[in-house]
Design a binder for this molecule. Sequence first.
Ligand SMILES: *Cc1c(COP(=O)(O)O)cnc(C)c1O
Length: 375
Amino acid sequence: MASVLRGEAPRAAASAPQPRASLLQIPPYVAGRSKVAGIAKVIKLSSNESALGASPKAIEAARAGAEGMFRYPDSSVAELRAALANANGIPAEQIVCGDGSDELLHLLGQAYASPGDEVLYSQHGFVVYPMVAFAAGAVPVQSAERECVVDVDAMLAKVTARTRIVFVANPNSTGSYLPERDIVRLHAGLPPHVLLVLDAAYAEFAEMPDYEPGVRLVNKHPNVVMTRTFSKAYGLAGLRLGWAYCPPAIADVLNRLRAPFNVTLPAQHAGVAALQDTGFLDQVRAHNRRWRPWLEVELKKLGLMPVPSAANFVLTRFPGGAAQADATNAFLTQRGILVRDMKAYGLADCLRITVGLEDELKALLQALAEFLAKK
Ligand SMILES: *Cc1c(COP(=O)(O)O)cnc(C)c1O
């Protein structure tokens, strides 16, 4: 009876436990490097973490939260959701918090994609999207980008009867962004049963007037979710905290599916304090506003080809291709300067550099100038 209910034939006996086969297709995640053997203090510009660290008030709140760590955290994450609702002018009931936004992306995959379904994302989108697809047993499908920018028409052309989820990182993992009108056009071209997930991890840095992170689209449509994170602008990557703004029916599903205590007590406290410390966020954004354009200009002066960025990093192409990008990366590594190798994103001729502190960026530029002059 039980196997009839499961609707699956019993699997053949094996000599060891067997996972669902699709799980073994999940490519191992390669994180930005943080260490170099023999170098005590590195300059880490590889994971788009906050140049200014975390708000001192958030750190203090996490410390205070740690005192209470023998207690379970609030399963409903009420205080933080109320603070997010207040800060963003949206209903708290439609916010679901997660163990980083990665967790929320995975939960959406588990909830809305089934084996055989297709999960669509653009060529240089976040590497977590294919992981989400495989974890759900679904098929990851890529659409081409134009000059590292998401191409709405190419994406719509890849939608089939099996498409269930479309992921768009906006700003993209290349730093480019789509203005609101393009996101609206993408949404308008999707069938109503397809879920559009707008991953706005870098929204706080995207200050162009035609950018909108997704709030307005979620307000209007039952098939759009916006995900956000405290890992980047708020500097809480190590604490693991993200959130999703969802239509009510989707929030209900995520709340059933998620682990009841998926957001730790220190993370909940730090999130509230980080949101309250608007002065700190202003400093973070002002730093980025000043140093991102500087970095872009300096990279161009060296003959490199940076992609215009709306985020807190700059992706740069090397005219000498993958060999030059690799050799440069090796040289920087010897100097203890860590940037992101982009092979996992299909961008072997590029490196990606976080907008760090002034002295970090100047050390990077000096090393780059030295290496490229030798050629
Ligand atoms: C960093 C990043 C995230 C955030 O991941 P967390 O799990 O919240 O740390 C999500 N999407 C993209 C595109 C990112 O670069």
